[in-house]
Write a protein that binds this ligand. Structure first.
Ligand code: MD3
Ligand code: FE
Length: 203
């Protein structure tokens, strides 16, 4: 089923399930080359979410700010390549939501342990806000917080489950969003964790 979360945001329930094995097979080699880390924010806090990237560009945060960079700052090496089946999933999901020709150059991988949350924020480090973002939820469920154009706007809670894909574009691309603290549990995909992939055209 396709659920409209906004004028240009589409929740595709279970869309990634046929790709779950292909995602699981490629994940260990990506994480071996670019391990999860808790990035430091410009304010000097460490993020509750652990993250890494693959693709031509990866998202980085440090005391100087947020940016996309072609190399992993921890290793000095380029980010691992985006696995081909992951790219196929992102393109098919974007197409299903009405965005043809999506060509992501970055995939952020977020890891949520029990209690991990992501505060309300906007994604504005990408060059072209006309390009959609495709997100894939894996493992433990979470309550996605779907806000408005302003931080103070009331956020709706949308449950996201293993295999759900959301495509965000157009008028919804700059809406505030976040993730409520993940509750402890067990899921065959990744044990006691939630993993989220977000595909972006960053450069
Ligand atoms: C709505 N990740 O990585 S994915 C992020 O579940 C991020 O890990 C969350 O927010 C997670 O930046 C939510 C859903 C998502 C991603 C990007 C968006 C929703 C979005 C950009 C614009 C609007
Ligand atoms: Fe975000």
């Amino acid at each position: 089923g396709v659920v409209a979360l906004g004028p240009a945001a589409r929740l595709l329930r279970g869309f990634a399930l046929p790709w779950a094995d292909a995602i699981a097979r490629a994940l260990p080699s990506v994480l071996a080359r670019a391990p999860f880390r808790h990035m430091e924010t410009p304010g000097g806090q460490h993020m509750s979410v652990a993250l890494t990237s693959c693709g031509a560009l990866g998202w980085c945060s440090d005391r100087r700010g947020y940016r996309y960079a072609p190399r992993d700052p921890d290793s000095g090496h380029p980010w691992p390549p985006l696995p081909a089946p992951w790219l196929g999933l992102a393109r098919e999901a974007a197409h299903t939501a009405g965005f043809d020709g999506f060509a992501p150059d970055a995939c952020l991988i977020n890891r949520y342990m029990p209690g991990t949350r992501l505060a309300l924020h906007q994604d504005r480090d990408e060059q072209d806000f006309g390009q959609p973002i495709v997100s894939v939820s894996l493992g433990l469920p979470a309550a996605f917080l779907w806000g408005g154009a302003r931080r103070a706007d009331r956020a709706e809670r949308v449950p996201l489950f293993h295999g759900d894909v959301v495509v965000w574009g157009g008028a919804d691309r700059l809406r505030f969003h976040g993730v409520a603290p993940v509750r402890a549990g067990e899921h065959p995909f990744a044990g006691g964790q939630r993993i989220n992939l977000t595909f972006r055209r960053a450069g």
